[in-house]
Design a protein. Structure first.
Length: 109
């Protein structure tokens, strides 16, 4: 007899509110996760850009080191072959008020 005394409109209202609440929470959670995904993607892109910049610097340093090694090897090879330049043995030093390294370090002066 309890089935007859049940207020079915209240039951369906409670069921609808419960399911509706779950769906609203799921939709809010979806939007929050989407926002976090966008933020982390932008942050990751910035980090990757920084990593690529560091990689470029390292590659440039490796190229500079390889160039320096190639210059030394070429100089040694030419010296051993007897095709090196004959130097006069005279060192000329020009004095200036501000050498280049001083100007580079003190640009604000």
């Amino acid at each position: 007899m309890t089935i007859l005394t049940t207020n079915w409109s209240t039951v369906w209202l409670m069921t609808g509110l419960g399911i509706g609440t779950v769906f609203v929470i799921l939709i809010v959670l979806f939007f929050v996760l989407s926002i976090f995904s966008t933020v982390t993607r932008k942050t990751r892109d910035k980090v990757l850009t920084g990593v690529e910049a560091v990689k470029n610097v390292v590659e440039k340093e490796e190229i500079a080191e390889n160039t320096r090694n190639a210059a030394i090897a070429t100089a040694v090879y030419l010296y051993m072959q007897g095709r090196h330049d004959e130097e006069s043995g005279i060192i000329t030093i020009h004095h200036s008020d501000h050498p280049l390294w001083h100007a580079e370090l003190n640009k604000h002066l």
